[in-house]
Design a protein around this ligand. Structure first.
Ligand SMILES: Cc1cc2nc3c(=O)[nH]c(=O)nc-3n(C[C@H](O)[C@H](O)[C@H](O)COP(=O)(O)OP(=O)(O)OC[C@H]3O[C@@H](n4cnc5c(N)ncnc54)[C@H](O)[C@@H]3O)c2cc1C
Ligand code: SF4
Length: 485
């Protein structure tokens, strides 16, 4: 156990500072300052060794949180990273990007602020990379079996690393020009610099995983051909079909899906030339929809020099504190002030967009919005409350309806479930033998931690399919959901 009296001596949560807003808006680097090792140790020492660590249930990976809190408090960083890697292939991603459902279920959180678990996690892996403790683990023997992983987001990468280490020959196919999925082209550098992804990809390459960027499965190679070439296929193609807003003016230049905008910004950040880049420079920007995608658009727009940024949400503003409807240890929906929200702009709730309005030249000039009201259980615009908001650029961050289905469905005959996700059984296998599904493609747009957990579990299922048995861990089932009572 970490310090037995730690939670009595240190009662406050301490987190690393965010860099000053005017400074961080001048670059694309991560917003947080370096971890202070003394602060991390103090926080790790608050872990109570509570006996029934609900944080294990809160974390889809089942991270052994009290164990690495204890090791961090003792200054045993090398053992801490071993315990962390035992359940999580990529703590540098989750430690930066996870919304930390573990912290919502921390037992200390019942009557004190929760342990800063996520900060301890990222400090362990950052220290390990800095000290050269992140070795490659190539397999001791090869099985002679081959696996194709399609999609290089966190689900595909986790599945690939597990299967490579189990001795299979694994190739990861990615249609983008770089590997990483949403970690590469969705999430901006100010949340996670790409050097962390590149360091992990180097480890994976050293272990023997092969990467094939710029190959669109279904187009460059058909799904049937891929299935015939490999002993097993893992579909980890994400859930990237965006939800649209089919209202008058939707076709006006200046109205874009968030991902069109974010991918371009990330490509430019990586040094690519993007012709006719959609940019927020000097524009009045309106972001429709909250969530991570909306926040990433806001932060990107501010760094590009937007004239103004307005974020509209159709729902009510969430509460700042847990309500009785979402008791501990559930993960509550709370009003969040992400780093991007701190950087400027305004947020409005209960606003419904009814029309995109053009100027004389046929370009976007404004949006017409109205207050929302509930009619027959649906939120609808309230008549008489319409007003205009100036807008040169509108970004639709309204969520995603599911994975792309055309080629996968047509070429392999794989079914899709009622929510539009790729259908699969308890063993992550589709109706097509030897074809497995992991991450958002099977679950719907979710979180990085779930994608990694599913990638690990699907890898165990593939290994069992190929070898008849497996020693790989399977932290989650396809039907598992976030902790609830
Ligand atoms: C803008 C944005 C910000 C987010 N921020 C966060 C966050 O801060 N924290 C968090 O936990 N979650 C966040 N999420 C959610 C998280 O990124 C996803 O849940 C996670 O990346 C899903 O991983 P995945 O591996 O299933 O799919 P993805 O990361 O979507 O990767 C799928 C990959 O498959 C490739 N692909 C698709 N079809 C083919 C094909 N036919 N052939 C070859 N390649 C193909 C795609 O190009 C893509 O690279 C965010 C999502 C978005 C959109
Ligand atoms: S991965 Fe997420 S839920 Fe799990 S320990 Fe880390 S921050 Fe918590």
């Amino acid at each position: 156990m970490a310090d037995p009296k730690g939670f009595l001596k240190v009662t406050e949560r301490e987190l690393p500072k965010r860099r000053p807003v005017p400074v961080r808006l001048m670059d694309w680097k991560e917003v947080y300052e370096q971890n202070d090792p003394a602060q991390v140790r103090r926080q790790a020492g608050r872990c109570m060794d509570c006996g029934i660590p609900f944080c294990h249930q809160g974390c889809p990976l089942g991270n052994l949180i009290p164990e690495w809190n204890d090791l961090t408090w003792r200054g045993e960083g090398r053992d801490a990273i071993e315990r962390l890697h035992a359940t999580n292939n990529f703590p540098e991603f989750t430690g930066r990007l996870c919304p930390a459902p573990c912290e919502s279920s921390c037992v200390l959180g019942i009557n004190q602020p929760a342990v800063t678990i996520k900060q301890v996690e990222v400090s362990i892996i950052d220290q390990a990379f800095a000290n050269g403790w992140v070795d490659s683990h190539p397999p001791e023997r090869l099985t002679g079996k081959t696996v194709a992983v399609v999609g290089s987001g966190p689900a595909g990468l986790a599945a690939a690393q597990q299967l490579t280490r189990a001795g299979h020959t694994v190739a990861v196919y990615e249609r983008d020009n770089r590997i990483g999925g949403l970690l590469r082209y969705g999430i901006p550098d100010f949340k996670m610099e790409k050097k962390h992804l590149d360091a992990r990809l180097k480890q994976m390459t050293d272990e023997g995983t092969r990467f094939r960027a710029g190959v669109n499965i279904g187009v460059d190679i058909t799904w049937d051909e891929l299935k015939a070439r490999y002993d097993a296929v893992v579909v980890a193609t994400g859930a990237m079909v965006p939800r649209d807003l089919p209202i008058p003016g939707r076709d006006l230049p200046g109205v874009h899906f968030a991902m069109e905008y974010l991918v371009q910004a990330n490509k430019v950040g990586a040094g690519d030339d993007v012709a006719d880049q959609i940019t927020a420079e000097d524009k009045h920007v309106v972001v429709l929809g909250g969530g991570d995608t909306g926040a990433d658009c806001i932060g990107t727009a501010h760094r590009q020099g937007a004239a103004s940024v307005t974020n509209l949400a159709i729902g009510t503003q969430p509460p700042s504190e847990r309500t009785d409807a979402q008791p501990w240890p559930m993960m509550p929906t709370l009003f969040e002030v992400a780093s991007a929200h701190e950087e400027g702009g305004s947020r409005e709730y209960l606003v419904s967009t009814v029309e995109f309005l053009p100027n004389a030249a046929g370009e976007l000039r404004a949006i017409r919005v109205a207050e929302t009201e509930f009619v027959d259980g649906r939120r609808v615009p309230k008549s008489g409350t319409e007003r205009e908001i100036p807008a040169d650029l509108v970004l639709l961050a309204l969520g995603f309806t599911g994975p792309e289905s055309d080629q996968l469905g047509d070429q392999l005959g794989v079914p899709f479930d009622g929510r539009g996700n790729v259908g699969r059984g308890d063993d992550y296998q589709t109706s097509e033998e030897g074809v497995f599904v992991a991450g958002d493609a099977g679950r719907g747009q979710s979180l990085i931690v779930w994608a990694i957990a599913e990638g690990r579990a699907a890898a165990a299922a593939v290994d069992r399919y190929l070898e008849g048995e497996t020693e790989l861990p399977a932290p989650v089932r396809p039907t598992d959901r976030a902790i609830s009572l």
